[in-house]
Ligand binder design. Sequence first.
Ligand SMILES: [Zn+2]
Length: 313
Amino acid sequence: MAAPLTADRLLQALRAEGVRVVEVGNWRTHNRNQKGAWGPANGSIVHHTVTKGTASTVAMVRDGYASLPGPLCHGMIAKDGRVHLVGWGRTNHAGGGDPKVLDQVVAESYSSRPTPPTKGNSNGVDGNAHFYGWECENLGDGKDPWPTAQYDAIVRVQAALCRAHKWSAKSVIGHREWSADKVDPRGIDMPGLRADVAERLKHPANWNPNEEDPMAGITKKDIFDAVWKTDALAGPTDAGDHGTNPTWQAQSILKDMQARIRSMDRRMTAQTAAITALAGQVGTGADTATIVAAVEAAIEHAVIDLNMHTKET
Ligand SMILES: [Zn+2]
């Protein structure tokens, strides 16, 4: 038994879902509450208007006509995808419908479609208390197209309501699924629409499937692994256990190479110092022990000097 959303909560839910909203006049308090119940909210009904032209359609669904006073829905979803809010509360959109359909929507118990209705305006139960209503600008002749922007807005509006009420997409039906007297919304496949609403509900409200980021879901670690951790890399064969480790990472190989270069640098420095020291002993007549001592001293001095420069101790 869900209380209907407040006008503020509806606006918040629609905007979070990425719906472009147009607030028309006193829509928050424009309703038929003096004529009957509003709530519990049990679902949402999609309609077509049998009209052409957004401005005249908004005026018609807001004001109604002689035999049926407005508002005739809560929002009018135009061809361009804008949703014109014209009323909030009880509105004249659902009329009478089949009570077993209401039961199936409340329980969200049907499979792909509710049981086809056998009751309508003359002998059905009041739907205006139980359903949100969305009139969609379309001629309803089976030829007038449903532009992508409009269809996308229909999906978003229904998803916003389902998300706010924690309903599944089975709380969304077409007028023809509610009333035996109706054919709307003609050209919209209701199981397909419910599937699209259900898909939206798997994502956060701000999901934009048409602008999906090709890098979505890829983490920094995925990128790092793709670049550095490949089968082509393996540790050096003389690097102990790492040499046979196929997942040895490239940064470890770089560290290993750096260590080897430092070590080579040290040995070359020592050799150069030794040769220089030897050359300095040529022709001095010094004995072997003296020459060895001079060479060792030169090596030690050179390596200490190198270590100081590389800040290694
Ligand atoms: Zn209808």
